[in-house]
Design a protein around this ligand. Structure first.
Ligand code: PLP
Length: 383
């Protein structure tokens, strides 16, 4: 982690204080149930930790009404929200995986796609933006119980108000999966899903910079259904050491320094997008509103797989990614995804973004020249 530059959009370096809580003796405690209503005795101190996490989460996301901080991960949060809102066989609408969605939004290999019936929308091939006609068409066709807004590889702001209008007009609930952007939302730098969404799921370890985990927000009238869906619906004992670490992370995210960090993360993403575009990368949508950049690398004469391997050889970690209108398999792809949360946590700024873009084109051009790759790698290690 020290020797590479970490640019995977879903990763971050969490705080030492979070690692301390996450590695604490709270891991020893069983605490099925909720604070004050546990199935086990001896929960006095873990109750305190969970109440801190819940209260701080509600404070952090203005307009939220109820939260459950027990989901073990983002995918666990999603399946709990699904089972609260739907029965097996029910229909929902989501962005497809190859257009930027997440596999827990109905991929055929995932339980969400095996137990429920997804109908997908995507982005417009021309500009890479949400295809609102496709959203409306999917809703009209599927008559879904749930519409999902949220993605893993979408570089622009999502219009939650518009998603809510389409979902609610069709009698469906709106579920926002803000896993990637929860830190950006918390900092007030992305439009909030509150009060538009009926359920909001998230991970806690991406832009939010907390421990690896998940959480679900719901309207007050859905509180009992969500809590029941998490436990006993989908999970047993909550991870109390992780919940304590969530409480620490949310406290830190409430500080002005977090907003400043998030602003730097977005400034870095914009700068990196511009620097990559200037060097021939096909930046999808022409830029970014958030922490991630999606690029077509075929103008550079490589696939996503080849570009990722070239950068890995010099110590710059990104991931290959499908792009709108993709013609290659997910294991090869025509694109790559960059993200700036981790590099920004490490203190990198605009000058480093320019340097990273330069190393990227140099590494791709030198992908078959081991000596040149090694020379670049030695420069990368110094940063
Ligand atoms: N939802 C979205 C939008 C994601 O991008 C991810 C992970 O990348 C998840 C859910 C799943 O989170 P986890 O890996 O914690 O299960």
């Amino acid at each position: 982690q020290r020797d590479h530059i970490e640019l995977i959009a879903s990763e971050n370096y969490t705080y030492a204080a979070v690692r301390e809580a996450q590695g604490s003796i709270l891991t020893n405690k069983y605490a099925e149930g909720l604070p004050g209503k546990r199935y086990y005795a001896g929960c006095e101190f873990v109750d305190e930790a969970e109440n801190l996490a819940r209260n701080r989460a509600l404070q952090l996301f203005v307009g939220s009404e109820h939260v459950n901080v027990q989901p073990h991960s983002g995918a666990s949060a999603n399946i709990a929200a699904f089972t609260a809102a739907m029965s097996p066989g029910d229909s929902f609408v989501a962005m497809s995986l190859d257009q930027g969605g997440h596999l827990s939004h109905g991929a055929s290999v995932n339980i969400s796609g095996k137990w429920f019936k997804p109908t997908f929308y995507g982005v417009r091939a021309g500009d890479g933006l949400v295809d609102w006609d496709a959203v409306q068409r999917a809703v009209d066709e599927a008559k879904p119980k749930v519409v999902i807004a949220g993605a893993s590889a979408y570089p622009r702001s999502l219009d939650f108000e518009k998603f809510a209008a389409i979902a609610h007009a069709a009698g469906a609930k709106l579920m926002v999966d803000m896993a990637h952007i929860s830190g950006v939302v918390a900092a007030g730098l992305h439009p909030s899903p509150f009060p538009h969404a009926d359920y909001v799921t998230t991970t806690t370890h991406k832009t939010l910079r907390g421990p690896r985990g998940g959480m679900i927000f719901a309207r007050a009238d859905e509180a009992a259904a969500i809590d029941k869906a998490v436990f006993p619906g989908n999970q047993g004992g909550p991870l109390m050491h992780v919940i304590a670490a969530k409480a620490v992370a949310y406290k830190l995210a409430l500080q002005p320094e977090f907003r400043a960090y998030m602003q730097r993360t977005l400034n870095n993403a914009k700068a990196l997008a511009a620097a990559l575009a200037a060097r021939g990368f096909g930046v999808i949508t022409g830029g970014t509103d958030n922490h991630l950049i999606l690029c077509d690398v075929t103008p550079l004469g490589v696939t996503g797989k080849e570009a990722t391997a070239a950068l890995e050889a010099v110590g710059v970690t990104i991931n290959k990614n499908s792009i709108p209108g993709e013609t290659r398999s997910p294991m090869v792809t025509s694109g790559v995804r960059y993200g700036t949360p981790a590099a920004t946590t490490r203190g990198m700024g605009l000058a480093e973004m320019e340097q990273i873009a330069q190393w990227s084109v140099e590494a791709i051009a030198a992908r078959e020249d081991a000596a040149k790759l090694e020379q670049i790698r030695r420069e990368v290690v110094k940063v």
